[in-house]
Design a binder for this molecule. Structure first.
Ligand SMILES: Nc1nc2c(ncn2[C@@H]2O[C@H](COP(=O)(O)OP(=O)(O)OP(=O)(O)O)[C@@H](O)[C@H]2O)c(=O)[nH]1
Ligand SMILES: [Mg+2]
Length: 347
């Protein structure tokens, strides 16, 4: 039996199993097993070539945004509208077969927008170029899930499932759990909050399932069983995500209103140039880039040429953004803070 079938079997068993106190333990085991098989699926196999690797497109600019969606939702149309992609005059007349980068220049930053082939259900398990697409998505600073506003909402769920299956967590923060392996001493399990979505027994079962008999675990958040498995596997990517509904020229006002009110969603029409400026603004906000202007003593800073960095960047990062050798001779810096950005959590 192949890994894909094994995964299917476990998923079916999980769907059959009623969720209650008595089965929680068994479900925990199944979840751990599932996570292991999914990890195996992404490992390279000699037969099907190098799996789990993305398209070979060099990262450039200050951040990367990946466009993920079913075929024909308008990903390539969007790329051609908002970026200066040279040659591909009518790339959207053909279905996209590889990753095509474009650059958005906005507020002094250069943002790479990656147009990717459309994915279909089963992408994470290697159908079509799907696996390569989802692997590329892992390298992005922001994922844009592009949807056809005229099509079913089911598509959104399917795409989320495919990304989840390869370890991408959308719009989530890393669970607040400290996990340390040890060589001896057994398991020390501490919690600072009451666990309502999982329990100690399930957690110990999962640890045993991974043959982790010596470790320190400190849980500081009311996590789920899945989140605990994420911590153990440690290779999860926590990436912000915007849901972009295209083709709003073809739906009713009521439908449009409903879509636009969903969290993390933007409605657009590439064809009619509706809301594209707002989309870029939202993408920029989600990336949470910090602009740093350097200046000479006694002079005004040059406000046209910022060094763009991720949120949480240090002065060392600023130095490295200017020149690799700068940091070795660096002694101190003066920092003026302009505007504090709004907090994502309160949004
Ligand atoms: N009505 C309408 N049609 C659109 C809009 N944007 C794109 N389309 C049409 O949708 C079709 C598919 O567009 P593409 O940009 O090629 O879609 P894609 O997502 O890149 O497709 P793949 O590369 O096959 O994955 C084209 O015929 C576009 O003209 C829009 O805003 N409204
Ligand atoms: Mg395309």
């Amino acid at each position: 039996m192949g890994i894909a079938e094994k995964i299917k079997e476990i998923e079916q068993e999980m769907a059959r199993t009623q969720k209650n106190k008595a089965t929680e333990y068994h479900l925990g085991l199944l979840k751990a097993k599932l996570a292991r098989y999914r990890a195996q699926l992404l490992e390279p196999t000699t037969k099907s070539g190098p799996a789990g690797t993305g398209f070979d497109v060099q990262k450039s600019g200050d951040a990367r945004i990946a466009l993920i969606g079913f075929p024909s939702v308008g990903k390539s149309t969007l790329l051609s509208k908002v970026t200066h992609t040279a040659s591909e005059t009518a790339a959207y007349e053909f279905t996209t077969l590889t990753a095509i980068p474009g650059v958005i220049e906005y507020k002094g930053a250069r943002i790479q927008l990656l147009d990717l082939p459309g994915i279909v259900e089963g992408a994470s398990q290697g159908r079509g170029r799907g696996r390569q697409v989802v692997a590329t998505a892992k390298t992005a600073d922001l994922i844009v899930i592009m949807l056809d506003a005229t099509k079913s909402e089911e598509h959104r769920r399917l795409l989320e499932y495919e990304l989840d299956a390869v370890g991408i967590r959308l719009n989530k923060t890393k669970p607040d759990v400290v996990f340390k392996r040890k060589t001896t001493g057994g398991i020390t399990l501490n919690t600072t909050v009451k666990l309502t979505k999982t329990d100690e027994k399930t957690i110990r079962t999962i640890l045993a399932g991974y043959k982790l008999h010596n470790c320190d675990v400190m849980i500081r958040e009311d996590i789920t069983t899945d989140e605990f498995i994420d911590v153990l596997l440690g290779n999860r990517k926590y990436i912000p995500c915007l849901y972009v509904y295209n083709k709003i020229d073809a739906i009713s006002l009521e439908q449009l209103d409903k879509l636009a009110r969903q969290p993390n969603s933007v409605v657009i029409s590439c064809e009619m140039d509706l809301n594209l400026d707002y989309l870029i603004e939202r993408m920029w906000d989600e990336l949470e880039l910090v602009k740093v202007y350097t200046k000479k003593r006694g002079a005004h800073p040059d406000l046209t040429d910022p060094v763009c960095l991720r949120k949480g960047a240090t002065i060392e990062d600023v130095c490295n953004g200017i020149h690799r050798s700068l940091v070795t001779n660096f002694r101190y810096g003066l920092v003026w803070v302009g505007r504090l950005r709004r907090n994502r959590a309160s949004y």
